[in-house]
Design a protein around this ligand. Structure first.
Ligand SMILES: [Zn+2]
Ligand SMILES: [Zn+2]
Length: 243
């Protein structure tokens, strides 16, 4: 753990001691993310599509065969189901920064286990409009401490959205790709020649991550790997998560 990671961790521990929080998964008092909820997380297990990480495929899934994503690999830590679903909702609408730190700790081990040669962390950004409405990017709440724990540079401004895309909820795989096509731009100065770890909260088809990876590659990134906290089931497209 880096010094900054220790400090960040200590800061949230101290705040929690002063203002006892509730668990973001079950509401229990005294902790941000209780041990019961941690145990209930459904960590994704193989078989997974080797490219996009879609569960249930021993080899390339039909979607990757037809439309190979721009990222080298995408992996999600867990299935998008409770208690993670409730916790991610809290991250998004309640500005639960301490929860972001707790979830980042789970991602640290997961990312290490992937053995990717990544050199910098880039979060998926919100559009300017969304950012102004919400006041923060929920992805940053865990991507920033993740970078601290891994000892990697955090490039919070490497990507921006070129337009305000409509919600992906309720769209088909094809509509999702169209919706986010060319929706991102990357800063060449920050990403050229680098192997990037792109971070988002939830992936469904991976179309947003692929579009963002494409922008990073156009700006000269050497390779882009992508990780998310959760993976929504693309068989139930039109799920409830508004990314
Ligand atoms: Zn709990
Ligand atoms: Zn795939």
């Amino acid at each position: 753990m880096t010094v900054q990671a220790h400090l960040y961790h200590w800061l949230w521990g101290t705040l929690d001691a002063l203002f006892p929080p509730r668990c973001a998964g079950c509401g229990r008092e005294g902790t941000r993310w209780c041990e019961d909820c941690q145990r209930k997380v459904q960590v994704l297990k193989p078989p997974l599509c080797p490219h996009c990480g879609e569960p249930g495929f021993e080899s390339l899934c039909p979607s990757c065969r037809q439309h190979p994503p721009a990222f080298t690999q995408l992996r999600a830590w867990s299935l998008y189901a409770d208690p993670i679903r409730t916790a991610l909702h809290q991250l998004k609408y309640r500005r639960n920064l301490g929860l972001g730190e707790a979830l980042a700790l789970s991602l640290v081990d997961f990312v290490r286990s992937l053995n990717w040669p990544v050199e910098a962390i880039v979060p998926i950004p919100l559009s300017q409009k969304r950012y102004q409405e919400r006041g923060y990017n929920q992805v940053a709440t865990f991507a920033y401490p993740l970078a601290l724990h891994l000892g990697l540079p955090y490039l919070g401004h490497a990507l921006h959205r070129t337009r305000d895309t409509r919600s992906q909820v309720g769209l088909s795989a094809h509509e999702r790709r169209e919706n986010v096509h060319n929706a991102f731009q990357a800063r060449e100065k920050l990403v050229r020649g680098k192997q990037i770890l792109l971070v988002d909260d939830v992936a469904t088809t991976g179309s947003t991550l692929s579009s963002a990876a494409n922008a990073l590659l156009i700006a000269g990134a050497q390779a882009v790997y992508a990780v998310t906290l959760a993976r929504a089931n693309s068989l139930s497209l039109g799920g409830t998560y508004d990314a």
